[in-house]
Write a new protein. Sequence first.
Length: 114
Amino acid sequence: MSVVLALALIGSATWYGTGPGAGHAAAGPELRRALGPGWRGTTVQVCAGRCVTVVLDDWCACKGDRIVDLSDEDFARLAPLSAGVLRVTVSALTPPATDTAPTWAGARPGWLAL
């Protein structure tokens, strides 16, 4: 079965120095809204000239046109950390999960928040 994904958002990316490291990112409110309740675990491509592929496994309270927070390692693949903010295009590579059971942000995968 083929799935065509049409999600592409343009906005800003920033970076953070703590967290799980390369390959992981935090989704801002606009990106979470666009992907829907199953956004956690979605693989996206973030491009600004060059591209990195990351899994959305955290959230950020990004404001303005900030749509994604990258690890410092992934941001550095796109631009020097000193740039601080980049204009990016974020494209979904996998569909959002259909299992939308609420989870606690700090819980292990598969744990359900009650």
